[in-house]
Design a protein around this ligand. Structure first.
Ligand code: ZN
Length: 306
């Protein structure tokens, strides 16, 4: 029940975001990443686009009202058919555009669009509470997976989708474009903000650290520590290996501090009052942050106290 309540709260939050935000003024910025991979920044999570002779693959779809603008930019990059959408997780700022984009892409039975996500994403998107709108069927992942990884070959490169258990949520996918040497991390990695550990939807700090370490295993920096593998985070700028190391180290240090406080018997309020993130707050919190320092501390505490 609490899960349904929290999903309602999440949806309510998103509807508020929808109502408040004037998407008319949002422009889509297209940033070339490496080889045939682009990052599209609008409102909501970052969208990754891979193009080639077989068509277009995208990772995450932002908000539905942005679908025409996103598709217009994608068509400038490639006239090919949209063949795949991969959703990194269930949050609306990453999946809300699915149905609208699928509609704009049209339906060709010989080249159907496949929407891929971990099965926990599908399960949660089809859970609807009484009185709440259902997630549009045309936007549901129809090609869900329940294995540790899923392999694709598209536009001449291997694409490996890894499930990262219980990190940001319980349905996180990290997408490795093996030929282009680019990784879409979803919200596991947000270089300018504390990670949102969505405990109500299966997230945890332990899973978050394991996922960040896994991303670091996949990423290979160039000799200068810059370049090599590029990372498209859930939100924020294009990053490299060193940026993930810095972020992972911060999460590990904060986890260790809070764990030590829990071992001393400190309550959540006492831990918050001790400000275990103080030296990081200027880097990871701004006035518009979704995750305040207190919220991050609380999620870490709850993960460890369980
Ligand atoms: Zn998210």
């Amino acid at each position: 029940m609490s899960r349904i309540v929290s999903l309602i709260a999440l949806l309510a939050l998103c509807l508020r975001v929808d109502a408040q935000q004037n998407f008319d003024n949002v422009q889509i910025h297209v940033e070339p990443v490496q080889h045939n991979i682009y990052m599209l920044v609008g409102a909501g999570g970052n969208t990754t686009v891979q193009i080639g002779t077989e068509g277009v693959l995208m990772v995450d779809t932002q908000f539905a009202p942005l679908a025409p603008k996103l598709m217009a930019e994608i068509h400038k990059l490639s006239p090919g058919p949209l063949r795949y959408i991969i959703n990194t997780h269930l949050h609306p700022d990453h999946v809300n555009g699915n149905a609208a984009i699928a509609k704009l892409a049209g339906y060709d039975p010989t080249l159907p669009l496949k929407i891929i996500a971990h099965e926990n994403v599908l399960n949660r998107l089809t859970e609807s509470a009484p009185g709440q709108p259902r997630f549009p069927e045309a936007g549901l992942p129809i090609d869900e997976y329940a294995t540790p990884e899923k392999h694709l070959h598209f536009n001449g490169e291997a694409i490996i989708i890894y499930h990262e258990p219980n990190a940001h949520t319980d349905g996180d996918s990290v997408v490795l474009f093996r030929g282009s040497d680019v990784i879409s991390t979803g919200d596991i990695f947000t270089p300018d903000a504390y990670p949102f550990l969505d405990i109500e939807h299966g997230g945890s700090v332990q899973g978050e650290i394991l996922a960040l370490n896994h991303i670091l295993q996949l990423a290979v920096p160039a000799r200068t520590q810059e370049g090599g593998t590029y990372l498209i985070p859930g939100h924020g700028r294009i990053c490299d290996d060193a940026d993930v190391v810095e972020f992972r180290d911060m999460v590990v240090i904060v986890r260790d501090r809070i764990r030590a406080m829990i071992q001393k018997g400190m309550t959540l309020d006492q831990v918050k009052a001790a400000k275990p993130t103080r030296d990081y707050d200027t880097e990871y919190v701004t006035s518009s942050s979704f995750v305040s320092a207190d919220r991050f501390v609380e999620a870490v505490y709850k993960s460890l106290a369980r």
